[in-house]
Design a protein. Structure first.
Length: 153
């Protein structure tokens, strides 16, 4: 019997090309965890060693500077966050809080290596999807920066 979030993942573009057993393996390696509304998933400045994949719910990234809090992004099912820490183990650049009860999949370096050992094709698909997401974010950030410099809305 498939995991309760199996159908949720199968409907998300990143997992369209995954075989059923690859999705099952991904779920087992990433330990689906419930975060209640108001729980912090990660804290700005803390060491990072994993990324998260939103299976259900809504999470929000926020940057805190002194007394100011700036909302950076919302993450809905299908979104990833914390991905840079998976590759560079650097400190977290923002707080991320569950806005609603959320089920997140935690992908560690160990989980990715385990998947690569058993299902290298699935690991490749996941890394490629992650790189695409990073690229989309970089393109959006570049556009916002250039629009800001040029004074365009």
């Amino acid at each position: 019997m498939p995991h309760p979030i199996y159908n949720t993942l199968k409907a998300i573009p990143l997992f369209h090309d995954f075989a059923d057993h690859e999705i099952d393996e991904f779920i087992s390696l990433t330990d689906p965890t419930l975060f209640r509304a108001g729980d912090f998933v990660m804290r700005q400045g803390h060491p990072g060693d994993c990324m998260y994949y939103v299976a259900e719910g809504l999470c929000r990234a926020m940057d805190k500077r002194g007394d100011r809090i700036v909302e950076l992004a919302d993450f809905v099912p299908g979104c990833i966050f914390g991905e840079l820490a998976l590759f560079d183990q650097g400190p977290r650049s923002a707080d991320v809080m569950a806005v609603t009860d959320s089920i997140l999949l935690k992908c560690t370096d160990g989980a990715l290596h385990a998947m690569a050992g058993v299902y290298p094709s699935a690991a490749f698909k996941f890394v490629l999807g992650t790189v695409r997401e990073i690229g989309l974010r970089l393109r959006k950030a570049n556009k916002r920066y250039v629009d800001h410099v040029l004074g365009e809305p």
